[in-house]
Design a protein around this ligand. Structure first.
Ligand code: AMP
Ligand code: MG
Length: 491
């Protein structure tokens, strides 16, 4: 390590405490790397001098090719239900955990690579990743962050200057990702393939790392399940309030921390429709927009199954306990979703409002093919008494006004000034989201070496609630020549 460089101290509690949950492994050596993106503020947050990360040694570190003190690279094991079918051994087939650091807030964060070469978990895969999808992790992760949604984040994307075979030859890249951990529902499923004791040790580790207040709780494993459920209810409600479709909610892509992970075939919905699917491999619509809360509950039920032996010594009793817990999920989700929707409509908790109002608005959006983001954003204009802005919602005088009457009536009891209510709505209804056609265009340019559209997009996304002149192109829904837009997994 170069003297004087500010780098964090690395720890390896995962490797130390859970010896059967990984395979030690080294990253593939990259001969001609080129740093494409460095997230400077995140670098500082986790204890790096960003300037050092730009040096030759820094870039080697970002590829797993330079071992800093304390680093112990491992490929994590996990299992998972993929589109409903169980694979007992998935794991990091093209990824490695570098280690953990304690960030400026005292929180433990993982540093993790993706695209770092084959491992014992690679099965038929080449262990590689392409520039486009790794930059996509960066774009969507930062967008999610500024939209207030828990997420993993890209620290850096490094081009490898190697071509990797996909449908066509694509430029390769390695992503260095920061996450509060990489424990997944699939990690528990993997532990469960070994023994009850492995599950217990993993649960104890997860509790200590993510839910330390539960360490001394009675029924700590039930409390743990309940707490994971709570975080997922919050997370999925946030996704639903912003039109986000994860696209591949397999159990190996659902975190125990409650962060969104693995931005593969994800996409943001334009025209509101619960049946929206973008992923090319989601033929049944399993991970369609409107199905996400249901799938979250299904995944949590898989987590609960792994915990059964820890919940009670009697099997029937443990099933009864777990089922009782999992059945609470829909109400938890509904509660979080209503909180989000209420804020989006400018309503305070005191304003008694029929939740039918939320559903009837969405039905209106669906029936009239309203863009979800723009439609929600336009509502604050109504509160301000301004409808001059061209908007599809306001072309529906009868349907919209019928819907709006009880809403405006509820708002009329709010002592705040109308402009304050409208401002509060604008603070939760983004003007800018990473629209699919804009993201794809920026990634295509970046893959050929032109990072300008990506930089411009990032500038817009870093301040999503503040409308600025000259950025109208970022608010337009997908042009019709993009009809049939699909996202691809196995990226
Ligand atoms: P993902 O779709 O990225 O969540 O990955 C699902 C599983 O497939 C994980 O076990 C990955 O490690 C594995 N995988 C995906 N792509 C590759 C690849 N190119 N080489 C090896 N394993 C891969
Ligand atoms: Mg994954």
């Amino acid at each position: 390590m170069p003297s004087g460089a500010r780098v964090p101290v690395f720890e390896n509690t995962f490797a130390r405490d859970l010896p059967d949950m990984f395979e030690p492994w080294a990253a593939a050596v990259v001969e001609r790397p080129e740093l494409l993106v460095l997230n400077e503020s995140l670098a500082r947050e986790v204890g790096f001098d960003p300037e050092w990360l730009r040096t030759t040694d820094g870039v080697r570190f970002l590829l797993g090719n330079l071992e800093l003190p304390g680093i112990q690279t491992v490929a994590q094991g996990y299992a998972g239900h993929q589109f409903g079918g169980f694979s007992p051994r998935l794991g990091d087939g093209r990824a490695l955990l570098l280690g953990e650091v304690i960030d400026g807030n005292g929180s433990r964060r993982d540093l993790h690579l993706k695209g770092s070469g084959r491992t014992r978990f690679s099965r038929g895969g080449d262990g590689k990743a392409a520039v486009g999808p790794m930059l996509r992790e960066h774009v969507i992760g930062e967008a999610m962050l500024t939209l207030g949604i828990p997420t993993t984040r890209a620290l850096a994307v490094v081009a490898t200057n190697e071509l990797i075979p996909r449908d066509e030859m694509l430029p390769g890249a390695v992503l260095c990702r920061v996450a509060s951990s990489h424990l997944r529902v699939g990690s528990f499923q993997y532990a469960a393939t070994m023994s009850h004791d492995h599950v217990r040790r993993l649960a104890d580790y997860a509790i200590e790392r993510h839910y330390p207040l539960l360490a001394d709780a009675d029924d700590r494993y039930l409390a743990f399940l309940d707490a994971v459920m709570d975080r997922q209810a919050f997370l999925i409600a946030k996704w639903m309030s912003i039109g986000f479709i994860h696209g591949v909610m397999n159990t190996d892509n659902m975190t125990i921390s409650g962060e969104t992970i693995d931005y593969g075939p994800c996409a943001f919905m334009d025209t509101y429709s619960p049946t929206t699917v973008f992923s090319s491999i989601d033929h049944q619509g399993r991970y369609a927009f409107g199905n996400q809360p249901h799938i979250a509950q299904w995944n949590l039920a898989r987590l609960a199954e792994t915990l059964l032996p820890l919940l009670h010594s009697d099997k029937d009793e443990s099933i009864r306990i777990a089922t009782g817990a999992i059945n609470l999920f829909p109400a938890r989700f509904e509660h979080q979703w209503e909180l989000s929707m209420r804020a989006k409509l400018g309503l305070t908790a005191e304003a008694p409002v029929d939740t039918g109002l939320f559903h009837s608005l969405l039905t209106l959006f669906e029936n009239h093919h309203i863009d979800f983001t723009n439609g929600m954003r336009a509502l604050s204009d109504v509160v301000r008494g301004r409808r001059e802005r061209e908007h599809a919602l306001f072309d529906l005088p009868l349907a919209f006004d019928t819907w709006a009457r009880p809403w405006l009536d509820a708002l009329s009891h709010d002592p705040r000034d109308a402009n304050d209510i409208a401002d509060a709505m604008d603070a939760v209804n983004p003007a800018y989201i990473p629209r699919n056609h804009v993201v794809e265009t920026a990634l295509a340019a970046a893959s050929t070496g032109d990072l300008t559209p990506l930089d411009s997009l990032m500038d817009v996304l870093l301040d999503p609630f503040h409308e600025r002149d000259g950025l109208e192109e970022y608010t337009r829904p997908m042009p019709s020549d993009w009809d049939g837009y699909q996202t691809f997994c196995g990226t």
